[in-house]
Structure formats: C-alpha cells, structure tokens
Design a protein around this ligand. Structure first.
Ligand code: CMP
Length: 134
C-alpha cells in the first residue's frame, strides 16, 4: 500500500551538511520526497511534537536539542513507507543500529541520532499534519 510518513533530518546532521546524502539515500531505496522544508522550531514546538515522551527523563534534553538548530522535515511517499523508513533509519541508538542504516552511518549518539521517522501510520498522519498543515 502506498503510504506517507514523516522524516526529520535533525540538527546534528544538518550541521554536518548531510541533507543531500540522506535525501538521495531515501530516493535510492524508492521512497520519494513528496514535500520538504528547512525550518527551525521553538522549544515549545519541540515539546508539542515530542509530547508522547513527556514523562521520560530525556524529554527536556530532547526538546532543547530538536530546537537547537535548523532541521529538514520531509514527507516521504512509497510502498509501505512507514515501516520502510523505520528500516532505513535503524535502531534509536546508533551503536545498536544495523549496518547500512542511516543512524549507523551518520548517528553520533542516542540523542544526536541524525534522523527521526514516524513509528506508525497513525503517528505519521499526526506528525505530517504538525509540520505541513498548520
Ligand atoms: P526519535 O526517534 O526522534 O524519538 C525520540 C528521541 O528521543 C529519539 O529519537 C532519541 O534521539 C531520543 N532519546 C534520548 N534518549 C533516549 C532513550 N533513552 N530512549 C529512547 N530515545 C531517546
């Protein structure tokens, strides 16, 4: 089934000029970049985006980090895009991510893990709406 999902190139990867490499990696894996934009969000917006993590110890740090510099938000489209994107980015902790995944190749740490990907079709819809339909 053709789906859409959200991907974010996080501040650590934007800072290292990895935007083009990450975008072409997605295209090579048959995920089309349907929409994209470079933005910087506020800490409050990051807190809203990551509200499902609000009870976690790392929440404050996470919100500070996502709002610390420019990010690229992208709507990816393709066959089973949600699960495919999750496979392409790899495990949250880059040191545990499979070889050839974006986080294994570019991630620095669990915080600076270079990319975000929606974890379900339902969350993909909410996250796309958050960045593109406001
Ligand atoms: P992401 O997939 O964007 O979703 C939430 C983020 O929280 C995650 O990537 C990590 O960058 C960050 N994070 C920091 N510490 C942890 C942790 N212990 N477990 C899960 N996510 C964490």
């Amino acid at each position: 089934m053709t789906e859409q999902t959200l991907s974010i190139i996080k501040p650590d990867a934007v800072e290292r000029n990895l935007e083009d490499k990450i975008k072409s990696f997605y295209e090579k894996k048959n995920l089309k970049i349907f929409k994209h934009k470079k933005i910087q969000i506020t800490k409050d917006e990051a807190a809203e985006f990551y509200r499902i993590h609000q009870t976690k110890a790392f929440y404050e740090n996470l919100c500070n980090y996502l709002s610390s510099g420019p990010i690229i938000v992208m709507v990816l489209e393709g066959e089973n895009a949600v699960i495919k994107n999750r496979e392409i980015i790899g495990a949250t902790d880059p040191s545990k991510a499979n070889i050839g995944t974006l986080r294994q190749m570019y991630g620095i740490s669990i915080d600076k893990n270079s990319v975000h990907g929606s974890d379900s079709l339902e969350n993909a819809k909410t996250e796309i709406e958050f960045f593109f339909n406001k």
